[in-house]
Design a protein around this ligand. Sequence first.
Ligand SMILES: Nc1ncnc2c1ncn2[C@@H]1O[C@H](COP(=O)(O)OP(=O)(O)OP(=O)(O)O)[C@@H](O)[C@H]1O
Length: 221
Amino acid sequence: MDILLDIKDATLVLQNNVILENIDLRIKQGDFVYIIGKVGTGKTTLLKSIYGTIPIKKGQIFFDHKNVGLIKQKEMYLHRRKIGMIFQEFHLLEDRSVFQNLEFVLKATGWTDKKTIENHINTTLEWCNIESLRNKFPNELSGGEKNIASISRAIINDPKLILADEPTQNLDPETATSQLELLNRINQTGTTIIMSTHNHSLINKYPKTTYKCKDKKFTLL
Ligand SMILES: Nc1ncnc2c1ncn2[C@@H]1O[C@H](COP(=O)(O)OP(=O)(O)OP(=O)(O)O)[C@@H](O)[C@H]1O
């Protein structure tokens, strides 16, 4: 299988503090891996560096054979179009319904035909089993519903990679399990997934290759 993500001796720094150093990681297309580690050990920082919102101080991150650190700002949208990011804070637009949130992403990434956009959104909502949330606004959604809405937004452009930052955080065990099952279904269609989590019971239930952030080091568990 093709290598989708290749991190070579990368060091990540925020405000002159080294967060993680000498990270080496290779991920193949179709893999599903976990990243664990205590609060503040750098999981989010690493995901954001792959996404291209936090610069790489030393070393390189190659995604889909492109060096992320060398992508020009005006071309960054092409990189991000290939990645679905599920943020801890969801980042749903509050003044738009779930449908409109998805529509916003599609329009921003070059989709123009109204009917095609509508069909695509409907198929995605159906796939995630959230047709009933179509016209709801974020403030009308529970935490778990916001979570699935943000998963549906992450997959709307059929990304090669999903970066899921603690997607089961604050969910009851049953909802957390169904969320992970949804991510597993997405993974089975060939999408690569990197998920940061604190949820050890889910890791035990659905074991996968796991990496750990600790003391600025990134290691295979
Ligand atoms: N914008 C920022 N500027 C400076 N330091 C930051 C910034 N964001 C995060 N940090 C620091 O970087 C470190 C790593 O944070 P990060 O959010 O990557 O950790 P995390 O492992 O994802 O934690 P959590 O499990 O709480 O989500 C922390 O010490 C945090 O205080």
